[in-house]
Design a protein around this ligand. Structure first.
Ligand code: SF4
Length: 225
């Protein structure tokens, strides 16, 4: 990749951005300006019928999360939790069989979510991360590399979680609190598209964005490594 053209949206300090407004502008590294060919190629992918239906439903769901949208000036009034969003999105898509891959550390939350989905009429296939009961020695981990040093510990097994949901033919999957990396392996191996209900953060009550809110305050160690 031409380094000059490397996208750096993370360094964009434009007030009215080109990617949000026709009257906006972008810095020299702005991919909206420099990546026209790649953008067109990506847009072609949406033309697949099912992809277009999915993308449209996602954008409809996005809008429907707000009320009083017709008022001018528009003031954001979001009303839906992510649990409700997932239910509504799955209904929009006409899905009947959903997969839930949950972390054993969030067993209670995972099972609550499964019950909620069932109450909304979905057939749910759920798989806990410890499925298979495979000892961590399988990964070559030593006793001192376990959470509870020196004990029998089974490994998180996201590839099996994905394969069992693939085998069950789930139409859409939801992750509940899989660890960093385990989530990535699940996403790589699952056949159905997958969304995330819970992103694990053991310190922040599974609300990882709180570290970003506090990055110039109590979490300044993140900015000053
Ligand atoms: S696409 Fe362009 S305008 Fe939008 S955030 Fe990225 S650099 Fe800024």
């Amino acid at each position: 990749m031409d380094e000059e053209l490397r996208p750096e949206c993370g360094s964009c300090n434009i007030e009215v951005r080109l990617c949000r407004s026709k009257e906006g502008s972008g810095p020299k590294f702005c991919p909206t300006k420099t990546k026209e060919k790649e953008i067109q190629a990506a847009l072609e992918k949406y033309k697949d019928r099912e992809t277009m239906r999915f993308a449209k439903a996602a954008s409809l769901q996005e809008a429907e999360c707000y009320v009083r949208r017709e008022e001018k000036p528009f003031v954001m009034r979001p009303t839906k939790t992510r649990v409700e969003e997932i239910i509504e999105f799955a209904e929009k898509m006409g899905y009947q069989k959903l997969g839930v891959a949950f972390c054993s550390g969030l067993f209670s939350e995972g099972t609550t979510f499964v019950r909620i989905l069932e109450k909304h009429g979905f057939e749910v296939v759920s798989v806990c991360c410890k499925v298979g009961g495979v000892p961590k020695e399988f990964l070559g981990l030593k006793d001192e590399e376990k959470v509870r040093v020196g004990t029998y510990e089974t490994m998180c097994n996201p590839i099996t979680q994905a394969e069992l949901l693939n085998e069950a033919g789930t139409e859409f999957n939801v992750l509940v609190g899989l660890c960093v990396g385990h989530d990535a392996l699940f996403l790589k191996n699952a056949k159905a598209l997958t969304t995330v209900l819970v992103a694990k953060d053991r310190v922040l009550g599974h609300n990882p964005v709180a570290a970003l809110y506090g990055a110039r305050g109590y979490f300044q160690r993140l900015m000053n490594p």
